[in-house]
Design a protein around this ligand. Structure first.
Ligand code: ZN
Ligand code: ZN
Length: 140
């Protein structure tokens, strides 16, 4: 598993965090909820252990809803600028997903799977040679 040593934050700078630990996965989530959060595209996310995420500045706000998976999903974002940052899933309490766009260097991200493709819009271009899944164990 690839070790991640990355820093990130929100658009306005109120929230700053770092990741120190292995990336357990990275993918694009096409669930309907992520389309709202991302503005239309899938959510591009790293999956990491909660212990690998250190919030260094600020306190993200949270919004909880029932996701396509049926799990309860808590999304964290900056209350000032609205940047989506992290999400937690009731079925996977030890992990957290981090939005690739919130990293200082988003080029660290690579799509290794696309999931919840059943709700992907017809105009989305899938990443070539990457496995796709109609559903997923967790929403981004
Ligand atoms: Zn902000
Ligand atoms: Zn999603």
């Amino acid at each position: 598993m690839r070790e991640l040593h990355a820093q990130g934050g929100c658009l306005c700078g109120e929230i700053r965090f770092r990741i120190d630990g292995p990336a357990l996965g990275s993918g694009a989530c096409h669930c309907r909820d992520c389309q709202y959060v991302s503005g239309g595209a899938p959510a591009y996310i790293f999956v990491i252990d909660k212990a690998s995420l250190i919030i260094e500045k600020g306190e993200p706000k949270a919004f909880e809803s029932v996701a396509d998976s049926g799990n309860s999903r808590k999304r964290r974002f900056c209350g000032t600028c609205g940047t989506p940052l992290f999400a937690e899933d009731s079925a996977f309490p030890s992990i957290v997903t981090v939005k690739a766009g919130s990293l200082d260097d988003p080029s660290l991200f690579k799509v290794s799977a696309e999931f919840w493709t059943r709700s992907a819009p017809s105009w989305h271009l899938f990443t070539p040679a990457v496995p796709t899944f109609q559903k997923g164990p967790l929403d981004g």
